[in-house]
Design a protein around this ligand. Sequence first.
Ligand code: HEM
Length: 303
Amino acid sequence: MTTPQTTVLPEGMSACIVIEADVAAERLSDVRRACQQLADILQRHRTRQPEAQLGLGVGFAASLWPQLRHDAAEGAELKPFRALGGGLAPATQHDIAIHIQSLNPGANMQLALDVLAAFGDAIQVADETHGFRLYEKRGYDGFVDGTENPTGAARLQYGVIAAPAADAGGSYLLLQKYRHDLKRWDALDDARQSAIVGRSKADDEELPGDERLPDSHLGRVDLKENGQGLKILRQSLPYGTASGERGLMFIAYCARLHNIEQQLLSMFGETDGQTDLLLSNISTAISGSYYFVPSQERLADLR
Ligand code: HEM
């Protein structure tokens, strides 16, 4: 059995909690024990609030995963996130990631409390970010986010490692938080903003090549390799407070870390020295980390 964890495939979720934490080496057996309880904890919350469509994904960093997997072929692409673009994308790698998402922020909160209670003081939380869907699935930047995400059966193909691989049912995960400078962005007119993103703001249509700037966001991330699109599954949501920092909690799953990494290298100037125009006009990356999110069966049976 190779069932993906329940945050990878669902579409259209509207609220999330992302927690990154560290684990002391001597607490590894407590982490294993906590992971064995997670399926029951999730099921209890799902039964109580089925309409929320709760999902829970737990991922492990390269610092931890080799001690938890059964076979070196599981999550073999995993590595620590490294800073990119001379620090434009900082590395803030932690040991463990907990991703909760659903249609109901309150349900997320109740599940998060029980998940953290299961881990107890075996983990030290380093960051907790709450995300939520805004009007018409638009970010604070005013653009619809998620339009070109794979849908239906393509999600399994791009998002989840296929059988008969040793790590079938697993996925790689990128967590990267972006703080927005909205004063700067809002000073640009819609035509300029659309050229920077590569899609029209009002009707969310892809711009023809000659209206799209080469270093537009789409220009940097809509990549092909040997004629095949390097697709990823984005579960990102806006985060922030009304009086303070606001931005995008970028969350992406993929069956290959390679696809995610190629997009990052392209955005942050590591392929040809050119950087994504979003970075100079609105968004600053303030975190970055990679995790392997094993199948539900492996999560319940860590070595
Ligand atoms: C500053 C943070 C970011 C913002 C505000 C942002 C926003 C957007 C928007 C508005 C779109 C167009 C609509 C859509 O298809 O979803 C888009 C597309 C996309 N973004 Fe981002 N994004 C950000 C970061 C990233 C990162 C870090 C990656 C990859 C590691 C990425 C990968 C993609 C991909 C693959 C597409 C679809 C391209 C296509 O096939 O047309 N984005 N993004």
